[in-house]
Design a protein around this ligand. Structure first.
Ligand code: FEO
Length: 406
């Protein structure tokens, strides 16, 4: 049975939702699912914009068959070749042998690498600024390299103001019937998962997103719809989400507040993290979020690190090093290019307290544009009353820094 939604008079969402996949890219948990969006334009020519993950191919085919009503498929536009969108290309080519494929040079190279037999089809290679007409609809192709792979492009339909934005402006969470962002309470129910998607999938490529936003900036008044490859379609309040993408890709904190991430073996470092959270709240700093790195998937930690201006790392010393899970969080922040945050440190060690110096060294030497506050809380096994002044000084330093008094 088909399951489609109308985007405009002649454009339809023909994608699918996935609640069965546990790990996106086999690494990021998606407890609320994900959608693979594809769009079908019924103009003088029929045009499919991107395909779907292999697991959703059958749904895509049923959706297309329903809407095409016996017409053939004239064009397949591939904006992004990653298999969560490109895996069904081969099947589309088999079902619609007359289809002409439009994409970038690098995308065609990837199609060959993945073993898709496009050679028997007319392949139309496009580059930045090329235009194309499907009848009434005229489109322009715009390069979007590294958003999220090097071959990516976006397509702008100048007739209807639809931007097919590939991975940009995407989000985790399955649509479950609600296609448009204005059909959900996005700021309440979706923003955390949208941030987790962006930061973990494309966070590393902030400058490339900035480049794309700059290009979009020139035609902002013409963009009426943003149709991403995951998550809802935007037709209202586009500025809200564009502004979020701008902040995230500039590595600018979204809120002034404190993320406290602790690594604790027996609860003593955790107790210090909790004591700091309480001291901060007593001082009026209530925008505080506390996470145990051992039982929080790192993709959530990354999203929160993107959100908050201040990050406290509290780590026990383990085999004379940083606790491995905390080390992995640091490595992930580095790998994803997080910048421009203020850190404070809590260290613990029963017979050699090394984690504070090691975390500070990592932040200073391996990461960009980070500040580490001088105040540090050092524990020998557990937090005792004699550390009250140190704890208070740390909370004061964080509060002052939040107020810009550092
Ligand atoms: Fe949703 Fe980069 O693929």
């Amino acid at each position: 049975m088909h399951c489609v939604r109308k985007v405009t008079d002649d454009l339809y969402w023909v994608g699918a939702n996935d609640h069965r996949l546990a790990l996106f890219e086999n690494i990021h948990p998606i407890p609320k699912g994900v959608s693979y969006n594809a769009y079908l334009l019924l103009d003088e020519s029929t045009v499919l914009f991107d395909t779907v993950d292999w697991s959703a191919c059958r749904q895509l085919l049923e959706n297309m068959e329903h809407l095409l009503e016996g017409r053939g498929l004239d064009y397949l536009v591939i904006n992004h070749m990653e298999p969560d969108h490109g895996a069904s290309i081969e099947e589309i080519l088999i079902r619609y042998p007359q289809v002409k494929v439009i994409s970038t040079e690098k995308a065609f190279m990837l199609m060959h690498q993945f073993g898709f037999h496009v050679d028997g089809h007319e392949c139309i290679q496009v580059k930045e600024g090329d235009g194309f007409s499907f009848g009434t609809h005229e489109v322009v192709f715009v390069g979007a390299p590294m958003v999220h792979w090097p071959e990516a492009m976006v397509t702008f339909d100048t007739t209807s103001g639809v931007l097919f934005s590939a991975d940009a402006f995407g989000s985790f969470i399955a649509l479950d019937g609600k296609l448009f962002a204005d059909e959900v309470d996005f700021d309440r129910d979706w923003i955390d998962e949208a941030r987790r998607y962006l930061t973990n999938i494309v966070g590393k490529y902030g400058p490339h997103i900035q480049l794309l936003l700059k290009k979009a900036g020139g035609i902002l008044d013409q963009i009426k719809f943003i149709c991403p490859l995951h998550g809802p379609v935007w037709r209202k309040d586009l500025g809200y989400f564009i502004d979020k993408y701008d902040k995230w890709s500039r590595y600018e904190p979204e809120v002034k507040g404190v993320m406290i991430a602790y690594a604790s073996m027996y609860g003593n470092t955790e107790a210090a993290a909790q004591a700091l959270a309480a001291r901060l709240c007593e001082k009026g700093v209530t925008n505080v979020a506390v996470y145990d790195v051992s039982n929080t998937h790192v993709s959530y930690l990354i999203a929160e690190a993107w959100k908050y201006s201040h990050i406290v790392l509290a780590s026990v010393t383990y085999n004379l090093g940083i606790y491995p899970v905390m080390k992995s969080f640091l490595e992930d922040m580095k790998a994803l290019n997080l910048q421009n945050r203020t850190f404070a440190l809590i260290e613990n060690g029963s017979w050699a307290c090394k984690s504070g110096d090691l975390m500070e060294k990592f932040i200073a030497e391996e990461m960009k544009d980070m500040t580490v506050l001088n105040e540090r809380l050092s524990l020998a096994s557990a937090l005792h009353a004699d550390k009250a002044a140190e704890l208070d000084a740390l909370a004061d330093a964080i509060a002052a820094s939040l107020e810009g008094k550092e």
